[in-house]
Design a protein around this ligand. Structure first.
Ligand code: ADP
Length: 478
């Protein structure tokens, strides 16, 4: 498995959570997995037990480059880790860029990484069954497998699975940089690596992989449409028989209201009393009146993708009702300013924390009755999975992983519901969904049943890992 990030070593987003958890779960199920990452400066070499084991020369524009290979492990020694060390490329403050700008040599960096992994993981007589790459940064490994290494006995039998975590990020580069990747120009066609006059690495992964998946079944269908496909919908339609959706899991140890170290009290489906304590404590922490009132949570990147514009429209109307809301987020400055000014207008109803605060995110999940997740698109989404587990009933837009994980409540269909959902990205529709939820909240018995159903859902990594094993087996049978 190759990726550009994995918890706990290097993280900028949800990709790291998947890559940090999936191989460990696969190993637990009895599979042999090796994980390859770039050796960023920020990686804690002690945590991974990294030590230098080799120096290699990697083909590079006709003049090989020397890279270091460091080996260690994650998952308490269960998953061997290979780090590719090349300090001029990877010993930097960040993973992909600084100050809002991508590093200008990102193409060079990930070309070298992918090529080095292909060389470093050769074991004569022991070809891996499957190469599993994630997102544009490692898509080239799939391309190399099917081109440069197609006849290499170390790789000839290996199948490729490519996972798309967010199709909005494609790794596009000017055609002038094409020679960097070390492939003949015959690969630069509109069926392969070319995309609107540019080199597109993600497209390479989509075209060359034996199988494809994304992180929810609904997002797998959505990206085959112009609305969600970011221009790659045509290819995905052509490959739809090979495209699957596998929901991400959650770390059930870190996100467990029964043991969560960030919480002032603990609770579970068998005893919900601790949730009341968490709610009171959250009201106190956020300087809201401590009283019984429906409490809404919002934990989100403050970005258009997350439907924050819908929330901005709805909030003044919502806050006219007898409710409270705690919002935690960071992102676009106009949303920061708006939430701050609204906080001044409704100091007894709205609390706002701007910035990234992991502990507070846990306490909001535990202290809230309802969680707002109105994303415009959402490949999988984690917030609503935590909300289900913590009994903060989610109100979601019916898209991507949100559609696949929340069973919507309707007055005529309540018995299997776990939350509320709406389809049209329109503030009025969001508001009427919220009002439906507030009505349900008034019926204490009904609300309890709704919460408990959510808390009992299984979003464990074991379930997801078993689905990945099915994909690996399917790829091997091709
Ligand atoms: P995305 O990766 O697109 O931002 P996800 O729902 O998949 O969305 O994951 C977001 C994760 O980040 C969740 O675990 C959520 O709790 C957390 N999160 C988002 N914003 C903040 C914040 N400001 N402070 C703490 N945690 C946050």
């Amino acid at each position: 498995m190759l990726a550009s990030e994995a918890v706990p070593l290097a993280k900028t987003g949800g990709l790291a959570d998947v890559v940090g958890a999936l191989p460990i779960e696969l190993a637990r199920l009895g599979h042999e997995v090796r994980l390859a990452l770039p050796r960023y400066a920020g990686i804690d070499s002690k945590a991974a037990g990294l030590r230098k084991t080799a120096t290699m020369r990697v083909p590079w524009r006709g003049k090989p480059r020397e890279v270091g290979v460091e080996t260690g492990s994650i998952g308490g020694g269960t998953v061997p880790l290979i780090c590719i060390r090349h300090d001029p490329f990877f010993a930097r403050a960040e993973l992909y860029g600084e100050g809002g700008h991508d590093y200008p040599d990102n193409l060079d960096r990930f070309v070298l990484f992918c090529r080095a992994v292909m060389e470093a993981c050769k074991e004569p007589g022991r070809p891996p069954d499957v190469l599993h790459a994630h997102d544009w940064q490692t898509a080239l490994a799939v391309v190399y497998l099917k081109t440069l290494y197609r006849k290499d006995p170390a790789w000839a039998k290996t199948r490729a699975l490519f996972t798309i975590h967010n199709i909005g990020y494609q790794g596009t580069f000017p055609v002038l940089a094409y020679d960097t990747i070390g492939l003949p120009w015959s690969e630069y066609t509109s069926e392969r690596l070319e995309f609107w006059g540019q080199l597109n690495l993600l497209k390479g992964g989509l075209v060359y992989a034996d199988l494809l998946n994304t992180v929810s079944p609904t997002y797998a269908r959505e990206i085959q449409t112009a609305e969600f496909g970011h221009g790659l919908e045509g290819i995905l339609q052509m490959r739809k028989e090979r495209l699957f959706g596998v929901l991400n899991g959650i770390d059930a140890q870190i996100w467990d209201p029964g043991t969560d170290r960030h919480l002032p009290a603990h609770y579970s489906v068998d005893d919900l009393s601790g949730k009341k304590v968490c709610k009171l404590a959250l009201q106190q922490e956020m300087k809201l009146p401590a009283r019984e009132v429906p409490l809404f949570g919002l934990i989100s990147r403050l970005a258009f993708q997350k439907g924050i514009d819908l929330i901005v429209d709805v909030l003044p109307k919502l806050l006219d009702f007898d409710v409270q809301m705690v919002a935690l987020g960071s992102g676009e400055p106009q949303y920061h300013a708006y939430l701050t000014s609204l906080r001044e207008r409704y100091p007894h109803k709205l609390a706002v924390s701007l910035g990234f605060n992991d502990g507070l995110a846990h306490r909001i999940e535990a202290g809230s009755d309802l969680m707002l997740v109105p994303s415009r698109y959402e490949p999988c989404g984690l917030t609503q999975l935590y909300s289900l587990r913590y009994g903060a009933v989610p109100i979601v837009r019916k898209t991507g992983g949100l559609a696949d994980t929340v069973v919507p409540y309707r007055p005529d269909a309540r018995s299997s519901a776990t939350g509320f959902s709406f389809e049209k990205p329109d503030p009025e529709v969001l508001l009427s969904t919220i009002l439906l939820a507030l009505e349900a909240y008034r019926d204490k018995e009904e609300w309890r049943a709704l919460m408990m159903r959510g808390m009992k859902q299984d979003f464990s990594w074991e379930r997801s890992a078993k689905q990945y094993v099915e994909l690996y087996e399917r790829a091997m049978a091709l």
